[in-house]
Ligand binder design. Structure first.
Ligand code: GLU
Length: 418
C-alpha cells in the first residue's frame, strides 16, 4: 500500500488548504482550486521493435487556466500516476502565478520506462501521445514542455506530429524545442539558472557570501547538472562537495570539479566511481553539513524521518515536491531557509514562456536578453515571496502559496467563475 501521506496530490491539496485558511479564501474559490478543471486519460498502443504492440497509459491534466493557457511539462516515468500528474499540474498553476507570467498550470505523463526503450520506440510513443492529446493542446489552450526523462528531441517529435495533424506549423504548441525548430536560447539551463538567482537573493537576506558557499546536489538530471556548473559560473562558488543520481552518489569535502563530473555523468550515465571521491548514498547526501542543498530529482525525499537531520542553511528545491508538509514544519523550526519548489524551479517555465512569445513574434532573442529577463522575473518573484514570509511570519512555502493563490483567485473572480 502506498503511504497516503506521501500522495503528492493530497500534499498539494493540504498545502493549498493551509494557504486558503490564512488568506480567508471564500469556500467556493477554495473548492474550485482544490481540483483540476479538466483531465484526459489516454491509452497508447505502440509498435515495439520486436513487432509486438504494447499499450501505455498516459495523462494530461489542465489544472487551472484562469490566468492563461495551461502550461507544464510531460514526464515519462515507470511510477507515474494520475495523482502525481494532478499534483504537478497544481504546482504549475502556482508556479506560473508566482513568477507572474500570463499562463495557467497543467502537466502530462506517460507510464513508461524510457531507459529500457529504443529511440524508435520512444519516438512512436511520443507521436502516439500527440495523436491522442492533440485535440486539447495548442498555443492558446495548453502548452507542454520537457520534464523528468523527456528531452528537446521528444518535444521536436511531438511538435512535428501536431504539425501533421493541423497541416501548418504552430511551434508555440510546445516548448523546450531544439533551437533549430524555434527553441529559445537559454531554455536548456533555465530551471537551474532561475534557482541560482534565487540562491543569490536568499544569500543576501541571510548575509551569506555565495562565492564561499559549499553545496551538494541530489539528482543529476538536467536541473542538477546545470546547478552544479552555474553555482560556479554565476555565483563564483567552487565548493561542490557531493552529487548523487538514482544509482548512488559521490562525496569529496575538498570539492568536486563541477564541469568534470557533469562530463563523467554524460559519458558513463552515472556519477558513481567518479575519480577522487568516496561513495555516498542519496540519504547521506541530504544530511551533509553544507550551505546550499539542491534536491533536484523527484518528490518526497525530505520527510518527517530525515528533516530533523538536515544541516544545510539553504534548501533550494529544483525538484517538484521534494519536501513533505511535516518536514516543512521541522525545517522552519530549525531555521533552514527553504526556497520552495514552485518558486525555485520556475526558471524553466519562465523561459518556456519567453519561447512562446518568440514563436508568436517569429523573432528571436539573443542569450543576454533571455538571461536579463529571467533574472528580472526570478528576482521579483523571490522578493514578493520573501516580503510575504516576513510580513505574515510564515515559512517560505506558505508565503509562495499566499502570493500565487491570491493571483489565481483574483483572475477567477474577474472572470466571474467564483
Ligand atoms: N517541467 C518544467 C517544470 O516543472 C517546465 C515546464 C514548462 O516549461 O512548461 O516547471
Amino acid at each position: 500500500m502506498p503511504d497516503e501521506k506521501l500522495n503528492p496530490f493530497k500534499i498539494a491539496q493540504q498545502q493549498l488548504d493551509e494557504a486558503a485558511k490564512i488568506l480567508g479564501l471564500d469556500p467556493g474559490t477554495h473548492a474550485a482550486l482544490r481540483e483540476p478543471m479538466r483531465e484526459l486519460h489516454v491509452s497508447l498502443p505502440v509498435r515495439m521493435d520486436d513487432g509486438t504492440v504494447k499499450v501505455f497509459k498516459g495523462f494530461r491534466v489542465q489544472y487551472n487556466d484562469a490566468r492563461g493557457p495551461t502550461k507544464g511539462g510531460i514526464r515519462f516515468h515507470p511510477e507515474e500516476t494520475i495523482d502525481t500528474v494532478r499534483a504537478l499540474a497544481a504546482w504549475m498553476t502556482w508556479k506560473t502565478a508566482v513568477v507572474d507570467i500570463p499562463l495557467g498550470g497543467g502537466k502530462g505523463g506517460i507510464v513508461c520506462n524510457p531507459k529500457e526503450m529504443s529511440p524508435g520506440e520512444i519516438e512512436r510513443l511520443s507521436r502516439q501521445y500527440v495523436r491522442q492529446v492533440g485535440r486539447i493542446i495548442g498555443l492558446e489552450k495548453d502548452v507542454p514542455a520537457p520534464d523528468v526523462y523527456t528531452t528537446p528531441q521528444i518535444m521536436a517529435w511531438m511538435m512535428d506530429e501536431f504539425y501533421w495533424q493541423k497541416g501548418y506549423n504552430e511551434p508555440g504548441v510546445i516548448t523546450g524545442k531544439p533551437l533549430a525548430l524555434g527553441g529559445s536560447k537559454g531554455r536548456n539551463d533555465a530551471t537551474a539558472r532561475g534557482g541560482i538567482y534565487c540562491v543569490r537573493e536568499a544569500a543576501k537576506t541571510l548575509g551569506l557570501d555565495p562565492s564561499k558557499a559549499t553545496y551538494a546536489i541530489q539528482g543529476f538530471g538536467n536541473a542538477g547538472q546545470y546547478a552544479a556548473t552555474l553555482m560556479n559560473e554565476v555565483l563564483g562558488s567552487k565548493k561542490l562537495v557531493a552529487v548523487s543520481d538514482s544509482k548512488g552518489g559521490v562525496y569529496n569535502p575538498e570539492g568536486i570539479d563541477a564541469a568534470t563530473v557533469v562530463k563523467y555523468k554524460l559519458e558513463t550515465g552515472e556519477v558513481k566511481g567518479f575519480p577522487g571521491t568516496k561513495p555516498i548514498t542519496n540519504e547521506e547526501l541530504l544530511e551533509l553539513k553544507v550551505d546550499v542543498l539542491f534536491p533536484s530529482a523527484l518528490e518526497n525525499v525530505i520527510t518527517a524521518k530525515n528533516a530533523g537531520n538536515i544541516k544545510a542553511k539553504i534548501v533550494a528545491e529544483l525538484a517538484n515536491g521534494p519536501t513533505t508538509p511535516e518536514a516543512d514544519e521541522i525545517l522552519y523550526k530549525n531555521n533552514v531557509f527553504v526556497i520552495p519548489d514552485f518558486l525555485c524551479n520556475a526558471g524553466g517555465v519562465t523561459v518556456s514562456y519567453f519561447e512562446m512569445v518568440q514563436n508568436s513574434y517569429n523573432f528571436y532573442w539573443e542569450l543576454p536578453e533571455v538571461h536579463a529577463r529571467l533574472d528580472g522575473k526570478m528576482t521579483k518573484a523571490f522578493n514578493d515571496v520573501y516580503k510575504m514570509h516576513k510580513d505574515r511570519k510564515v515559512h517560505m512555502r506558505v508565503a509562495a502559496y499566499l502570493v500565487a493563490v491570491q493571483r489565481v483567485a483574483e483572475a477567477m473572480r474577474f472572470r466571474g467563475w467564483v
